[in-house]
Design a protein around this ligand. Structure first.
Ligand SMILES: [Zn+2]
Length: 274
């Protein structure tokens, strides 16, 4: 069988049920509020959202998630959000949304963003863009993304995204774990990715490192990313930015996958750890 995953149902069938996950789900379903309570939110903040995949059977639900967030936050582009973050010009609640890994299903997300007037950002691994070899994609998804095979964007689609006002960022050449690499290997992963993207579409400014947690980045990698011409580095460390952020530091992004029940999303948005 060589079919790419198109639905969230297929993903769930692929994963064995996880006890820790289900306890967390029960907890969040219990304490998650039935609407976002405006009084629980900071008056001014920058909420960077990150997700990975939007499957066909999640589109309707994802729209509900985004509409609720849009009630409380003004969506701006990733570039505008990072500019505001570095200048400290955070005069109300802003949100921006980015997706990591460059899956083809970002196209569906982008059509939803168009409908809602949102500019999205997708962080890609240039090595995978336009790849059609099923075995290679399967291996990449299994080893690097711990997922069943999901199709990747093509360069034509990336061009189309750009034309419609969405942004492209660097997620590394081959989705390697930077903390496991030597300085020269980090340089290859970061710079080849940037060069290949720029060769196709022109200058880019933003990087999001793989695996996102604090333990998967270090000073050596950050120095190389900034020195190679990236202006920002996005993490997947939870939180919202309430204050100006110094250049040269990590951006927090709140993980809100399309699979999240509304109550989970509300819990994380209200928690807004700084
Ligand atoms: Zn990734």
């Amino acid at each position: 069988m060589s079919e790419f995953i198109k639905t969230y149902r297929q993903i769930k069938d692929h994963q064995s049920s996880n006890y820790r996950g289900s306890l967390k789900d029960i907890y969040l379903n219990t304490i998650g509020p039935s609407k976002i309570r405006t009084e629980k939110l900071p008056k001014t903040s920058l909420l960077f959202i990150v997700f990975h995949s939007l499957f066909q059977d999640q589109k309707e639900h994802f729209k509900k998630l985004l509409l609720e967030i849009q009630n409380e936050y003004t969506f701006i582009s990733y570039s505008e959000a990072t500019e505001r973050l570095h200048s400290g010009n955070i005069d109300k609640r802003y949100a921006c949304i980015s997706a990591d890994d460059g899956f083809k299903n970002f196209m569906d997300a982008s059509y939803l963003f168009d409908e809602l007037g949102i500019s999205g950002m997708v962080f890609i691994n240039s090595h995978l863009i336009g790849e059609t070899n099923y075995d290679l994609i399967s291996k990449h998804c299994a080893e690097r993304l711990l997922s069943p095979p999901i199709e990747f964007l093509t360069w034509n689609e990336i061009e189309d995204l750009r034309k419609r006002g969405h942004e492209i960022g660097n997620h590394g050449w081959k989705h390697k774990k930077l903390t496991q690499l030597s300085a020269s290997e980090i340089e290859e992963e970061v710079c080849v990715g940037k060069e290949e993207i720029e060769h196709k579409i022109g200058p880019i400014s933003h990087y999001a490192y793989t695996y996102g947690r604090a333990e998967f980045i270090n000073k050596k990698a950050m120095d190389i990313i900034f020195k190679s011409g990236h202006e920002t580095i996005g993490s997947a460390i939870r939180g919202q930015h309430l204050n100006k952020l110094d250049r040269g530091t990590l951006i927090k992004r709140e993980l809100i996958e399309p699979s999240y029940p509304l109550k989970h999303m509300r819990y994380f948005v209200e928690k807004h750890r700084n």
